[in-house]
Design a protein around this ligand. Structure first.
Ligand SMILES: NC(=O)C1=CN([C@@H]2O[C@H](COP(=O)(O)OP(=O)(O)OC[C@H]3O[C@@H](n4cnc5c(N)ncnc54)[C@H](O)[C@@H]3O)[C@@H](O)[C@H]2O)[C@@H](O)CC1
Ligand SMILES: Nc1ncnc2c1ncn2[C@@H]1O[C@H](COP(=O)(O)OP(=O)(O)O)[C@@H](O)[C@H]1O
Ligand SMILES: [K+]
Length: 511
């Protein structure tokens, strides 16, 4: 599903209005009605059915006026508050405001401290507050009276329903612009905005609903989206098919180069995850001294030693035996010999390579090696690893997750998967995919190793590197969500996530 920036949304409205000749006031009416439906649902179980609607001077406020009119027509008690000077209301919003005036609706303007005190008391009398102060037109940090209104709304302990996006959340990046409404539910129109999806905006939205307001599909298709949300439907279509007349060779051979003394688990988790994701054969390459432990724990994989794979003393080319995908780095440590092996893999591999964990830390010491890649490459850093790769601070990375992932992909021609709450994936052309499955319980040691294994297992089955990365990120989060349901976010382990992969996939295939 496409996700739009404020500018793209404006452009979409313009195309609908100018090229398809749909009057803006119809879109506003549809938007208002979509929110009314939700308000009515919420009111059904509420004793206090009075609704307060807070409107700004733009079209977000215009939607608020439409909502007020419909609720009044249902015979409900509605108080409309306009923040600012009503003479500044223009266009479709003005038409809807004037209808309310003609209806002799209760409209109060909020301009100063005295009005604010009155507002605080009045909101107490309502069951639901509707936030139509600002939408995708937010241009600068919230301050003054609006800031105080938002503080009052947030303090109210009432159910808050936001129109399109909570006021104060920047639609372009999900950041709080000075102050923002903390809604219980947000009804966004036609397509999610980036700010509805990324944190902290996503938290401020509460439950997010996406409602059609009648913008034609052709108009949406006309805008080339640079950012998409990974959906269940998308992943269902990408999951490699299994046919009757096949054998293990049909589902590919994954090579996992992982583990070192003290970090054997990473190799086991990644290898099992590759198998659980459907790879036909998994070969796990570990330092020789770990072979026995691995063999004990990982009965379905073939084990080889790093020495067999690559003889450092003789500087031999690293040997592939029909592998379809390679992962390198989970729990590998940062020994010089391993760095050399990593460089050999990057330079010589002719099948897709996933670089993770210590592989990324070593890559950061000699990032130019990426210029010699022959095969597609996927890097899977968490923000700390990304900081080492780019020289940016973790804070800078987290504030610009999309730009950082995209920038890295464009510069180095690799697929970047930037981990965290809302994992960001960018392809080499800068197309971005956001994953919304997963939960904070996944912030547990080894959970990233599982993801690496999943990507590699899917790659081995022959789907494209981008498709494998998208599918793995979604299914990894889904397995994590199932695990959190079972064990709770505190106690879940990476090994538990691994055990939920099959059920996540089965659930997906049911529909
Ligand atoms: N045809 C359309 O464009 C449609 C728009 N819709 C609604 O319209 C909204 C966008 O409307 P607008 O573009 O009018 O934008 P907004 O309603 O978000 O607000 C724009 C106004 O707020 C002012 N403003 C911006 N930042 C401010 C700040 N920090 N403090 C105080 N004032 C600030 C701007 O100068 C402008 O006057 C959407 O979010 C959606 O709710 C819907 O009605 C559907 C159709
Ligand atoms: N709050 C969160 N919400 C969603 N996913 C998360 C959250 N925290 C962590 N994760 C996911 O858990 C995984 C952790 O990986 P990583 O940090 O590499 O762990 P490790 O190196 O211990 O294996 C990543 O896929 C990340 O996206
Ligand atoms: K709003």
């Amino acid at each position: 599903m496409k996700i739009f920036s404020n500018e793209e949304m404006k452009n979409l409205d313009r195309i609908a209005i100018e090229e398809y000749k749909i009057p803006g006031i119809i879109l506003m009416e549809n938007a208002g009605i979509a929110v009314v439906k939700e308000i009515v649902k919420s009111l059904e179980i509420k004793e206090n059915k009075r609704v307060a609607i807070l409107c700004g001077l733009g079209n977000n406020g215009g939607d608020g006026f439409v909502i007020a009119r419909h609720l009044i027509s249902y015979g409900l008690g509605v108080d409309t508050y306009v923040i600012g000077n009503t003479s500044s209301i223009k266009g479709d919003a003005k038409i809807n405001y004037e209808i309310l005036v003609h209806l002799k609706a209760s409209i109060t303007t909020i301009k100063d401290e005295e009005d604010l005190a009155m507002l605080e008391d009045s909101l107490e009398k309502c069951g639901i507050l509707v936030d139509g102060i600002l939408g995708t037109g937010l241009q600068r940090p919230i301050e003054g009276v609006i800031k105080e209104v938002i503080a009052i709304v947030n303090k109210s302990k009432k159910e808050i329903i936001a129109i399109d996006i909570p006021s104060g959340i920047n639609g372009d990046d999900g950041e709080v612009y000075g102050e923002a409404v903390k809604a219980n539910k947000t009804i966004t129109f036609q397509l999610p905005k980036i700010g509805n999806i990324l944190y902290p905006g996503s938290d401020y939205c509460g439950k997010l609903l996406i409602e059609n307001i009648g913008i034609p599909k052709n108009a949406i298709d006309a805008i080339e989206a640079k950012i998409s949300l990974i959906t269940e439907k998308m992943v269902q279509a990408l999951l490699p098919k299994r046919y009757s007349d096949t054998h293990k060779g049909s589902y590919g051979k994954a090579l996992i180069i992982a583990g070192s003394f003290g970090m054997t688990g990473a190799a086991i988790l990644a290898s099992k995850a590759a198998l659980r994701s459907g790879a036909g054969i998994v070969k796990t390459a570990v330092p020789k001294e770990l072979s026995v432990i691995i063999e004990n724990q990982l009965i379905e994989a073939i084990t080889v030693s790093l020495e067999e794979l690559w003889n450092q003393d003789n500087q031999q080319a690293f040997r592939l035996k029909g592998e379809d995908a390679i992962a390198i780095g989970p729990g590998s440590g940062r020994a010089e010999a391993f760095k050399k092996l990593l460089e050999a893999v990057v330079e010589e591999a002719t099948v897709p390579v996933v670089i993770d964990a210590d592989g990324l830390n070593l890559l950061a010491e000699n990032i130019d090696i990426l210029k010699s890649l022959k095969a597609p490459c996927i890097i899977t850093p968490h923000p700390g690893e990304m900081a080492r790769l780019t020289g940016l601070s973790i804070d800078e990375i987290n504030r610009n997750r999309i730009d950082v992932a995209r920038g890295f992909s464009l510069k180095w021609k690799v697929i970047t998967l930037l981990k965290g709450a809302r994992t960001i994936i960018s392809d080499e052309k800068g197309n971005v995919y956001i994953n919304s499955t997963g939960n904070p319980g996944m912030a547990t040691a080894g959970s990233g190793d599982v993801l690496t294994g999943m990507i590699t297992g899917l790659l081995a089955q022959g789907i494209s590197p981008l498709e494998a990365t998208i599918t793995a990120a979604y299914l990894h989060g889904k397995a994590g969500d199932r695990t959190a349901e079972k064990y709770g976010q505190y106690s879940m382990l990476a090994g538990d996530i691994l055990e939920e992969i099959p059920y996540g996939i089965k659930e997906l295939l049911k529909f």
